[in-house]
Design a protein around this ligand. Sequence first.
Ligand code: MD6
Ligand code: FE
Length: 206
Amino acid sequence: MIETADGFKLLSAYFDREQQAQLAEAVLERVARSPLYQPAMPRTGKPLSVRMTNLGPLGWMTDKTGGYRYQDHHPVTGEPWPDMPGKLLELWRSVSGWPDPPQACLVNWYGPDARLGLHVDADEDAKDAPVVSVSLGDSARFRLGGPDRKDPTRSLRLNSGDVVVLGGASRRFHHGVDRIYAGSSTLLPEDWRPGRLNLTLRRVRA
Ligand code: MD6
Ligand code: FE
């Protein structure tokens, strides 16, 4: 486990293989009902390489016309997002240090060539609640910087079962995913390989 004074935590192998498999099954069953869609950048409409869906009362999304936002329904099906699996609520209670439950779980899907540019999670009114993330499937190279885009960054490998907490000052640090190590995990069912799932739990409303 890595813990730094700025509130960043990496809980390596937080979930064992059996727990990862149970969590993946619970998430993929929900993704079957609330399918991944291709988000797009505000204004330009440039597609992101990561595909997304959400679980819980609110979901984060972005498209050309509406920009970055939270909404209570799937943009394609129009249905409410599925509930969050109990295991994720339990994880939040154990590691967030926050009294209220998460309101959103963003499900990010990375194929072997997907990446996520350096960004700050800044679309939440609840700016002080931590963000808790879980990685499942193939490993990724995660980049963590500082509050300023120009701050130096370091890279960390995130493996299946790892949990990251961005709390305290690190809640406003830049971060992104540089690459996926395709084929590094056998956790996910074959039709989901190669690839990586990342789940991020958040408080949204203040
Ligand atoms: C990812 N994660 O690991 C992308 N954001 O695929 C994030 O963007 C992230 O891991 C906020 C807090 C933790 C995270
Ligand atoms: Fe993020």
